[in-house]
Design a protein around this ligand. Structure first.
Ligand code: HEC
Length: 275
C-alpha cells in the first residue's frame, strides 16, 4: 500500500514537472525573448594579458608601481581604495621610507586629540586610502548623480575584472550611427560599449599620452597606463594571489605523491590474495 502511494506521489511530481517543461518550452519557441539594444551593442572585454595570469602567474612589481602612479594621479580624484593601507604598498617593493613619503602626500580626515575638532592631517603608513568625498551625497553631487565605486575589489566584482577595467578605460568611442535615440548618451554621460548599459557617468579619465609621469622610463601611452592601473587593481583585489598559486602547486604535488603511496600500500596489503 505504502509503495503504491509512494509511486503515485512520484508520478504526480513527474506529471507536474513535465507539464511545466512543455509549457515553458512552447512559450519560449512561440514568443522568443527580444534581444535588448544594450545586448546588441555591448562588447565583451578586449583580450589582454597580465603577468599574474595563469597557474604560474606572478606580479610584475614595476608594473604595479606604475599602476599605483596612475591611480594616485588620476583615479584617486574620484575613486577611493578603502581596503588598502599605505603600508601595504611595501608589497610593491616600495621601501619603508618611500611608503612614508607617499603616505605623507595624502590628507586624512581625523579628529584633533587636543581640541576634539575635525581636522585634516598628513597620512602615515598605517592609514587607509581616504575617500575623495565626505559621503555618498557629495560623491553623487560631483558626478552627475553616479557614485564612483570603491576600486579595492573591482577586479573581483566584475566579470573578467582586469580586462574589463582595461577595456572600459580604452573603450570610449562615438556612439554608432545606428544606435537608437533612447540609448544615446544624455548630458554628463559618455558612450562606452564595454559598460553594460552603454552609457557611463565617468568621463574618459585617460585621455593623453604622458598624462602620468613614469620614473622607470616606460612610455606612458594611454594603453600602457590603462594596463598598468588594471594590473594594480588585480593586486588590490587579491594581494595574496602569488601565495595562493604556489600553495596550489604544493598541494597538487603532495596529492600526486600521496596517490602513489596509497597505490603501493594497496598492492602491499592485497599481495597474498589470489585473484
Ligand atoms: C572625474 C571622476 C572620475 C575619475 C577621474 C575616474 N572615475 Fe571611474 N568612475 C567615475 C564615476 C562617476 C563612475 C560611475 C559610473 C556610472 O555608474 O555610470 C565610475 C566608474 C568606474 C568603474 C566601474 C564601472 C562599473 O562597471 O561599474 C571603474 C572600473 C572605474 N570607474 C575605474 C576608474 C579608473 C581605473 C580610473 C583612473 C584611471 C577612474 N575610474 C577615474 C568617476 C571617475
Amino acid at each position: 500500500m505504502v509503495r503504491v502511494i509512494g509511486f503515485l506521489v512520484g508520478l504526480g511530481f513527474v506529471v507536474v514537472l513535465g507539464y511545466s517543461l512543455i509549457v515553458g518550452a512552447s512559450a519560449y519557441l512561440s514568443d522568443p525573448p527580444e534581444e535588448t539594444v544594450e545586448h546588441e551593442f555591448h562588447h565583451h572585454p578586449k583580450q589582454v594579458s597580465f603577468a599574474s595570469d595563469g597557474p604560474f602567474g606572478r606580479f610584475d612589481r614595476a608594473q604595479l608601481q606604475r599602476g599605483y602612479r596612475v591611480y594616485e594621479e588620476v583615479c584617486a580624484v574620484c575613486h577611493s581604495l578603502r581596503y588598502v593601507a599605505f603600508r601595504n604598498l611595501q608589497a610593491l617593493e616600495f621601501s619603508e621610507a618611500e611608503v612614508d613619503a607617499l603616505a605623507a602626500q595624502w590628507q586624512i580626515p581625523d579628529i584633533n586629540p587636543e581640541t576634539g575638532e575635525a581636522e585634516m592631517r598628513e597620512g602615515i603608513a598605517s592609514d587607509y586610502f581616504p575617500s575623495p568625498y565626505a559621503n555618498d551625497a557629495a560623491a553623487r553631487a560631483a558626478n552627475n548623480n553616479a557614485i564612483p565605486p570603491d576600486l579595492s575589489l573591482i577586479a573581483k566584482a566584475r566579470h573578467d575584472g582586469a580586462a574589463y577595467v582595461y577595456s572600459l578605460l580604452t573603450g570610449y568611442e562615438d556612439p554608432p550611427a545606428e544606435l537608437p535615440e533612447a540609448n544615446r548618451p544624455g548630458p554628463g554621460l559618455y558612450y562606452n560599449p564595454y559598460f553594460p548599459n552603454l552609457n557611463l557617468a565617468m568621463m574618459p579619465p585617460l585621455t593623453a599620452d604622458g598624462q602620468v609621469t613614469y620614473d622607470d622610463g616606460t612610455e606612458a601611452t594611454v594603453e600602457q597606463m590603462a594596463k598598468d592601473v588594471s594590473a594594480f587593481l588585480i593586486w588590490t583585489a587579491e594581494p595574496k594571489l602569488e601565495a595562493r598559486k604556489s600553495t596550489g602547486w604544493a598541494v597538487l604535488i603532495f596529492l600526486a605523491f600521496a596517490t602513489v603511496l596509497a597505490f603501493l600500500a594497496k598492492r602491499n596489503v592485497w599481495r597474498d590474495q589470489k585473484h
